[in-house]
Design a protein around this ligand. Sequence first.
Ligand code: AR6
Length: 247
Amino acid sequence: MASSGKIDLNSPTITWKEAKSYLKGLNNKQKRDHYSVKDFIKLKQIPVWKDTAKKANIKQPEEGKYAKNKALNEKVSLFRGDITKLEVDAIINTANSSLLGGGGVDGCIHRAAGPLLKLECSCLGGCQTGLAKMTCGYLLPAKYVIHTVGPVVQGDLGSAQEEELRNCYRNSMLTAVEGKLRSVAFPCISTGVFGYPPKAAADMALRTIREFLEENKDKFDRVIICVFLEKDEEIYLQKLPEYFPLA
Ligand code: AR6
C-alpha cells in the first residue's frame, strides 16, 4: 500500500481478494481515481424511460400488456452505448459457462475491469445457463459485475431457451437484491454470438424486468437496458410502451 493509503490495482503482486476488500472501503469519489475509463457515465446522466419517451414523442399503443405505473417508468432506462462506461452498482455480463472471458460484451468487460476480474472468476467454478454469479468490478466504474450465461439458439427458438433467458434476467436481479445493489445495467443477453432472436429476447427481457420490479418495488432505484446496436435501440423503443406504458 502507498503512504497515501491508495493501492495500485495494476500492481502484479496484488491479489483479487486484497483489491476487492480495498475497493469496498472506498467512497464513490475515491473509487473514481481507479477507473480504467475516464469518460464514465454517472447514473444521474442516464435519462429514465418517462423522459426518453417524452423526448422521442413515443406513441402509446392502444392496448398495453401491463397497467400504467408512474413509479416504474422512473426506475427503468434505455441507454445506447458501451456498458463498461456506466457508473452503477452492477453491470450484467453475458458470459460463457467457464466465466473466464470471451468476445463481445464479455471481452469488453474483462478488458475494462483488468486482469483481477478473471482471477476472481476463476475461483467461481463456472456457471450454468440461466444462473448468475457476482464479482467485484475492479477498474470498472460499476462496483460489481453479475455474470450470467444465456442460452445458445441454433435454428428454432424453443421453450427451454425462453425459460433460460428469463432465468438469466431473474437470477441477475435476485443476485443484485441479495447484494443490496440498487442500480443495474443489462446488455442484450444472448442476442450476439449466442444467436437468440433480438425481438423475442427484448420481449422476454422486458416482461421479466417488469414482473420482477412489480414484486420488488422498493429494491431498485434503476434498471438500465443497455443496447449497443441501433437496431436493438429501435426494437426497445417500439416495445417499451407495451411493458412500461406511459402514465
Ligand atoms: N456494451 C454493451 N453491449 C455490447 C457491448 C458493449 N461494450 N459489446 C457488445 N454488446 P455478445 P451473447 C452487445 O455476443 O450473444 C462471448 O464470447 C451486442 O451488440 O457479447 O450473449 C461470451 O464469452 C449484443 O447485442 O453476447 C459468450 O461465449 C449483446 O451485447 C458469448 O459471447 C450480446 O452480444 C455470449 O454471447
